[in-house]
Design a protein around this ligand. Structure first.
Ligand SMILES: [Zn+2]
Length: 324
């Protein structure tokens, strides 16, 4: 190699070294009831790690069963608690069935649940806390799946799967199992007596993705000190998914306090509105979603179904968020 060729080669190497690394973002895609809207039953989010691991959080009733074409590969399913609107006691016939206000959720998923049906079809692992793993293990086994795919992450511990560290955190809520999942004489007797099965405490999650982004998924919860002591002080979550629908969980004012004063993330995705949150993709005037957005001091992003948002390690939305 002569001198000029050598210098050219050095130049190529230097240019290569100075090219900035491709941004490593976590992609978040809501799988709601109606494309481009935020609707009453919407809970389901798919998180995609930069390494390709795909995690489905609270499939609920808007994922149209295991054959929903929006699902793609699902490596891990998270279920915050076993109420029907989170685990999925029924679901849409197909994406966009019915209207935002009145979705068609006529497909029953009991006694399995939408989460279990999806896990079996996709060979996903179901990671839950509290005392829920034995329930999922039994359902997987009863339907020809592998009970070892029901994995425990109890409060204070964590599991790392597909490069994502998954921990559960406290949620102040209830977690009764509808006797419809139990069936038989026992289920019938429990139903008549008005009592639910005991599957331990409801949970939230903290996920640490491979790009370093730490995300808090509140699940259904009230205001709890752990949101400051555990989620903020220990895990240092930078992105939060906050349930704010009122009645069953924190309302807009309480949820805003959790975000502004306890968790203090860089940004938040509103969730679990139990209302028509948007019309034509715009936040509805007078909605709880609007009240939450006005009360929160950091950017609030609305989970419009099918619209993928991207977040960097600092919890900042870098693409696809509404409002931007
Ligand atoms: Zn609930």
């Amino acid at each position: 190699m002569n001198r000029s060729n050598w210098l050219a080669a050095v130049g190529v190497v230097c240019a290569t070294l100075t090219v900035p690394a491709v941004a490593q973002t976590v992609k978040v895609t809501p799988l709601g009831g109606i494309d481009g809207e935020f609707c009453p039953q919407d809970r389901a989010l798919v998180f995609e790690d930069p390494n390709g691991t795909r995690i489905l959080y609270d499939p609920g009733r808007t994922v149209a069963g295991a054959n929903d074409p929006r699902l793609g590969k699902i490596d891990i399913i998270l279920v915050s608690h076993l109420h029907g609107d989170h685990v999925g006691n029924a679901h849409n016939k197909a994406p966009n069935s019915g209207t935002c206000a009145q979705p068609d959720m006529s497909v029953s998923a009991v006694p399995n649940s939408n989460a279990v049906n999806i896990a079996i079809a996709k060979k996903s692992k179901i990671v839950t806390g509290s005392e829920m793993p034995p329930f999922f293990a039994a359902k997987l086994k009863a339907n020809g799946g592998d009970p070892a795919n029901a994995i425990l992450a109890r409060f204070g511990g964590s599991v790392t799967l597909g490069g994502v560290r998954i921990a559960t955190v406290a949620a102040l809520h209830s977690n009764g199992l509808d006797p419809d999942y139990i069936g038989g004489d026992l289920g019938k007797a429990m139903k008549e007596a008005g009592i639910a099965g005991d599957v331990g405490l409801a949970t939230g999650y903290v996920l640490r993705f491979s790009n370093g982004l730490v995300t808090y998924l509140s699940g259904d919860t009230g205001i709890i000190a752990d949101q400051e002591v555990v989620v903020r002080n220990h895990y240092q979550a930078k992105l939060a998914v906050m349930n704010m629908g009122d009645g069953f969980t924190t309302g807009p004012v309480e949820a805003a306090f959790v975000i502004n004063d306890l968790v203090k993330p860089a940004s938040v995705i509103a969730s679990h509105a139990n209302e028509v949150g948007t019309v034509d993709g715009k936040v509805r005037t007078g909605s709880k979603t609007e009240a939450f957005m006005k009360a929160v001091k950091v950017p609030v992003h609305v989970p419009l179904s099918g619209k993928t948002m991207e977040f960097d390690a600092a919890g900042k939305c870098t693409a696809g968020c509404a409002p931007a």
